[in-house]
Design a protein around this ligand. Structure first.
Ligand code: ZN
Length: 189
């Protein structure tokens, strides 16, 4: 359905992945894909335009990266023409995104601590999703809820039941004997 592109800067998170030039190459190779860019970086506003120009359709940034500049960062991403997503790590209460729900296209709830692939799903994640889902319903807004980290054919359905709209699958898909079968199970929920 889309490509989720994890950008790590070695500063906000200890790992380093890749940046806008790699996205540009991917976009050139697969222009029809929707690119959901997840910035795990310290200064998302500074780099948002680079990723938008490289082909991002949606840009996610972490509330923990810019705790005092959330509104300005939403505006900076909006300015690029991309859809705007706000991401929360497991240690951040879900209520932290409530003041911004109406301004956002999407909230990304982390199912693991950001920084490395292949981690085990944190079991309180569906409860966190449900809290955001309830607030979305209360406000009558249509902000999407996405979940990233530890998603597989067992945890994915729990997140969907809690109100998630989009699932990000990494290891469970790429390490599967039959990746298409994993996609089929997740689609069926
Ligand atoms: Zn991600």
């Amino acid at each position: 359905d889309m490509v989720h592109f994890d950008v790590m800067d070695g500063h906000f998170v200890p790992n380093i992945t890749y940046g806008a030039p790699v996205l540009k190459c991917l976009k050139k190779a697969v222009p029809e894909a929707f690119y959901d860019v997840h910035l795990m970086i310290s200064d998302p506003a500074r780099y948002a335009q680079d990723f938008a120009t490289a082909g991002a359709n949606l840009i996610n940034f972490h509330i923990e990266a810019v705790p005092n500049h959330v509104g300005q960062t939403i505006a900076a991403v909006r300015e690029t023409g991309c859809l705007v997503g706000l991401t929360i790590s497991p240690s951040t209460p879900p209520q932290a995104v409530f003041p911004y729900l109406d301004e956002l296209d999407l909230v990304l709830v982390m199912g693991v601590e950001p920084g490395f692939g292949g981690q085990k799903f944190i079991p309180t994640t569906p409860t966190r999703i449900a809290a955001i889902c309830a607030e979305r319903t209360r406000r009558g807004c249509d902000t999407l809820i996405e979940v990233d980290g530890g998603i597989n054919t067992e945890t994915g359905p729990l997140c969907i039941a809690a109100g998630a709209d989009w699932l990000v699958a990494g290891s469970s898909l790429f390490h599967a004997m039959d990746p298409a079968a994993v996609v089929n199970v997740l689609h069926s929920k």
